[in-house]
Design a binder for this molecule. Structure first.
Ligand SMILES: NC(=O)c1ccc[n+]([C@@H]2O[C@H](COP(=O)([O-])OP(=O)(O)OC[C@H]3O[C@@H](n4cnc5c(N)ncnc54)[C@H](OP(=O)(O)O)[C@@H]3O)[C@@H](O)[C@H]2O)c1
Length: 213
């Protein structure tokens, strides 16, 4: 049985992916999060809840024993340190497959007026640290897939298209549910998008800003 470790399991996208993975697959889930008692509804047959911090290599290494795929749904000003810790723990435990949620704009790949708006919103700490974290992942020898969502909405739709590492970004927004769907699809077929970095947007959402701004 495939075993997936979700880092940052209380995150918004992670919660949706968890739900879809339980419904659509038979994978076993290890749910790694700070203040783990926030998850009270774990399915004892399929889920294990682990209290831990994703910047702590020891805790990560312990959580990765016997795991096939790591899905990191992390955030925060120390995201680069978390990336370093995740890579170190994966190296130690010889787990190769990583799905890493990042953001649009880390390669300056967002064109036009929306690209400028995106810089104005995200420069000054966020974009720089997320870019640095992605560099750590790309410099590793892991079988990673970096996911760069457009601006996230909580719309109840699954509708997305992909761009790849050296493509110009498309669109302005995408639903968290769509990102959860993409993560589920990659977990079902981990040979997909290895060592790629995927831009993810809802089709036909080009413009100067996401519709909800
Ligand atoms: N908002 C947007 O439009 C947008 C667009 C593109 C990309 N993104 C990025 O996409 C990612 C996922 O989105 P989301 O909505 O699922 O984010 P989210 O709900 O903020 O989830 C991120 C999770 O990371 C966890 N985390 C942070 N530091 C941690 C640590 N040291 N150890 C363990 N867990 C840690 C947080 O845990 P706690 O609950 O313990 O704090 C949180 O649950 C985020 O990085 C976000 O910045 C956002």
């Amino acid at each position: 049985m495939k075993k997936v470790l979700i880092l940052g399991a209380h995150g918004h996208i992670a919660a949706l992916a968890r739900k879809q993975l339980l419904a659509d697959t038979d994978v076993q889930l290890s749910l790694f999060l700070r203040r783990a008692k926030r998850i009270q509804d774990a399915d004892p047959k399929r889920e294990t809840v682990i209290d831990g911090d994703a910047s702590n290599v020891e805790q990560l290494t312990a959580a990765m024993k016997g795991v096939d795929i790591v899905y990191a749904n992390l955030a925060g000003g120390n995201i680069e340190d978390q990336a370093k810790a995740v890579v170190a723990a994966m190296d130690q435990t010889k787990v190769k497959r990583l799905i890493w949620i990042s953001t649009l704009g880390i390669y300056d790949e967002v064109p036009g007026a929306f690209g400028k708006w995106n810089h104005a919103q995200l420069d000054g700490g966020y974009l720089e640290t997320y870019a640095a974290a992605a560099k750590v992942i790309e410099a590793s020898d892991l079988d990673y897939t970096i996911i760069r969502p457009a601006w996230l909405s909580n719309k109840d739709i699954v509708s997305y298209e992909l761009t790849h590492r050296n493509d110009t970004f498309k669109g302005t927004e995408v639903s968290r549910k769509s990102i959860a769907d993409l993560v589920t699809k990659i977990i079902l077929d981990p040979s997909k998008y290895v060592r790629d970095s995927l831009g993810v947007n809802q089709p036909n959402t080009d413009g100067a800003k996401p519709s909800f701004y």
